[in-house]
Design a protein around this ligand. Sequence first.
Ligand SMILES: [Zn+2]
Length: 427
Amino acid sequence: MKAKLFKNGFLIDGTGKAPLKNIDVLVEGNKITQIDHNIDVPERLQKEGVEVIELNGKTIMPGMTEAHTHLTWSDSLYIQDIDLKPIEETMVDATLNAEILLKSGFTSSVSAAARGRVDIAIRDAINKGKIPGPRLLANGAEVSASGSFVDVQPNHVRVHGLAILADGEDAVRKTVRSLFKEGADLVKLNVSGESLTAHARSEDTLYTYKEVRAAVEEAHARGKRVYTHARSSDSVRYCVEAGVDIIGHADFINDEVFEMLVENKEKHFVVPALNWLVSTLEEGANYFGQEAIDATGYKEGLEIALRNMNRLYKAGVRILPGGDYGFKWCPHGQYARDLEHFVKLVGMTPMDAIVSATKYGSQIMQMEDQIGTIETGKLADILVVDGNPLDDISILQDKEKLNVIMKDGEYVVNELKTTAAVENPVA
Ligand SMILES: [Zn+2]
């Protein structure tokens, strides 16, 4: 594979440092080997030649991480639909969603639950180069208490494609053990409710501390992690006390739990999945009627979530993008909307929103020394964006503007002209 020299870019390196103009980035194999003004083709590469990609001041930045992904939610209307869809169709949809995710500029992804073993099969196929997709941390079904918001079929209809119902510490341990046996990288635990399901409100806490702790013990004993759905204040408290690694939502926290999150900020990530709330409020009435959307309390819920995300952000808690995409009103492909919400609704600077999607992304992927920033020695997960996302963060949602998407040194997308010439041929 020829080395690639990106010439004359506007570098946002993902570390949070000020951007730099007129920067060249050299990629050899799957690694970034040099970053500088006006790089000459090194002698060792002159024989083979170097592919030059002229950026003309376009932005060059790291690939992003989507931190709350559901590949197997295939733009369904109702949560029940996810349960009822045959696994074979789900597998096809999830395979396509993995490609959509990658082609949206997200070169890494943390799954926040999936049907069956679908994530695991997709992760393995991606890693073997059989199908396109991001670097993926695979999850299993939603581990949930009976009566949870994903326990959605009537009791006489026993279909639980979406969830595994596990009540009590022993059942939780058994379920978590079996999910890791199947090859999951992490497990998902639903600790609070979710108001779109009428019988289990967001403010309700559905697992006990001991059940959460049991899951964490089993995961950590294997060097694995726990991802939770936790909206109510008590559910977030249990997560922090039990040592949960990735806390989803965390919106209804009181002052005491806020302080706990801040005190333990090195131990966990918060992924608020704001787009779920924003999209449901924007689009939900078209599908369910205004009355049903009002009944969810999401309007007040979003206000509370935004207030809390703003203070968590200011206190240095790592908040990552990832928006529960995969419903009709919140479809796959819009993942970068979460960065816009961070800037316009949470009050992050555009630079910090990018850092949350890149540097923090590498941390949640547990690949901090390999991805997430444009630095010498890192793997070449690179985006070229036509425009400056620091001026307008929403351009990251525009696939026309994602001129280059490179993962592990290989083009996923390349809309730019390349000249396959050596600039300084050997005499
Ligand atoms: Zn989710």
